[in-house]
Design a protein around this ligand. Structure first.
Ligand code: EPZ
Length: 437
């Protein structure tokens, strides 16, 4: 199991460049399946989530190249069914396979999807996805190790309303409706920047999609789509993670590729905590301007609110703020597991079942510890830490870098799932660590 031994207490200073968003590029790769000709996707990071989707696509006959500059070509002209046993090998490694359903049903009339993986931050059901696929006319059979789908009468446009603006379920509707027969109307859609970038890609392919103000997306199915040429939206979750690292370590990090528009909610909170930022043409400079950090009340929400993926790295900086901060996590029911290790290092964090905030939340009055109170400032001491999930793992690294003394962080391969060239970036920022496979 890979391990990083970190000597903390050094500010992170320097430049890192973020490339395409993990939560966009994997979906854009699946979208290429829908085209009759090859696609080119630029700014694709070399991360394990991309590798998983690449090998699943290749199993289905898609030819893929991915160079060091992040340029990926995908040629779906010989798409074919894959052997179940080969697909099964990918079970539990990502959540993206569920998005193969629509494209494979359009191309082959059938699909087998292995059981999913992804971070353990809640139950992560796929009920919305299955409901959506049935509405389009898919027949779904549960198998011991996944689901088998067919569409005997083809896929037809449907009127769909999501009970919660789920990113994945919205992508499921988009990837299935663009070539379904007739009109699809989706209400209660997610409208994250990654969703809008996927819609831009589908429009380039020939899809007809309109996004209205009240989370309503309308799609007119077309018979055929072509390949696309697209440069992926930058990874705002990685950008926010490095920004939090700059604050927690008293550092100064220029995040190349980051853009203000997609990070407005994060920048407001960053400033309220006491962080400083400078918007440049080629990125955003995040730094600790000196003085005390201030406590804040954060309620995570769907876009344009404060993203759930941003709270975990920022909580580490909040342990250094003077006073009580509150984080009410309203998107996932169990996303504070990472705080155990911070408490072990000296942080004062209390987790509650109650909704500590004003937003209505699906987890109130149920047995979910989804609110946190952080009391600071508390000096962090190095400790032995095991990474629980992607964003929590990054937070543990930030805590180890901010703490006095040495920390041994294990299971760090989880971090490279979503952060490209993670170790090289730490080195570029002057972190003092050694890495053992
Ligand atoms: C995507 O997950 C991202 N992952 C997540 O990022 C991100 O946190 C999340 O969107 C919210 O922005 C990828 O894009 C690969 P959801 P997704 O469907 O699509 C419930 C990271 O760290 N739900 O919007 O799985 C679900 O339980 C990851 O990069 C159902 O109940 O998120 C959750 O409470 C973590 N049934 C809520 O909706 C369903 O069928 C939001 O989930 C689907 C979702």
């Amino acid at each position: 199991m890979s391990q990083i031994t970190v000597k903390g207490g050094k500010p992170l200073v320097g430049r890192v460049d973020v490339r395409g968003a993990k939560n966009l590029v994997t979906k854009a790769m699946v979208a290429a399946l829908l085209g009759d000709t090859a696609s080119e996707l630029r700014q694709v990071p070399h991360i394990s989530d991309v590798e998983v989707v690449s090998s699943l696509l290749q199993l289905h006959g898609v030819k893929i190249t991915h160079d060091d500059d992040g340029v990926m070509t995908l040629d779906p002209t010989n798409v074919k069914s894959a052997r179940m046993v080969d697909i099964d090998a990918h079970a539990g490694s990502s959540r993206i396979p569920i998005l193969f359903c629509g494209p494979l049903l359009h191309q082959l009339g059938e699909a087998f999807i292995p059981d999913l993986g992804g971070c353990h931050i809640g139950d992560r059901p796929i009920d919305y996805h299955l409901e959506v696929l049935r509405k389009f006319g898919a027949v779904i059979e549960k198998q011991p190790n996944g689901i088998r789908l067919s569409a005997p009468d083809g896929l037809k446009g449907a009127k769909i309303s999501l009970p919660y603006p789920s990113v994945g379920a919205t992508e499921q509707v988009l990837l299935t409706s663009v070539r379904a027969e007739g009109l699809t109307e989706l209400t209660g859609a997610a409208v994250e920047p990654e969703i809008m970038d996927l819609i831009a890609i589908l429009q380039k392919m020939g899809a007809i999609i309109s996004v209205d103000t009240d989370r309503v997306i309308r799609i007119e199915g077309v018979k055929a789509l072509t390949g696309y040429s697209h440069s992926a939206l930058f990874d705002r979750n990685e950008a926010a993670s490095w920004a939090a690292a700059a604050l927690a370590t008293g550092g100064d990090i220029l995040v190349g590729g980051a853009r203000q528009q997609e990070m407005m909610a994060f920048l407001n909170v960053y400033r309220k905590v006491g962080g400083a930022f400078e918007i440049k043409d080629d990125g955003i400079r995040f730094y600790h301007p000196g003085g005390e950090l201030s406590p804040v009340v954060i309620e995570t929400d769907v876009h344009p609110g404060f993203m759930t993926d941003w709270q975990q790295p920022l909580v580490v900086a909040l342990t250094q703020a003077t006073g009580l901060s509150i984080v009410h996590e309203t998107v996932y029911e169990n996303r504070f597991g990472f705080t155990d290790a911070l408490v072990q290092m000296g942080a004062q964090i209390q987790i509650y079942r109650e909704c500590l905030g004003g937003n209505p939340c699906r987890f109130g009055q149920r047995n979910f510890n989804h609110s946190a109170v952080i009391s600071g400032p508390t000096p962090l001491k190095g400790a032995d830490i095991r990474v629980p999930d992607l964003r929590g793992g990054f937070s543990h690294m930030v805590a180890a870098l901010a703490a006095e003394g040495v920390s041994n962080v294990t299971n760090v391969q989880l971090i490279s799932r979503g952060y490209e060239h993670f170790l090289a970036k730490l080195e570029a920022l002057g972190a003092d660590f050694t890495y053992t496979e």
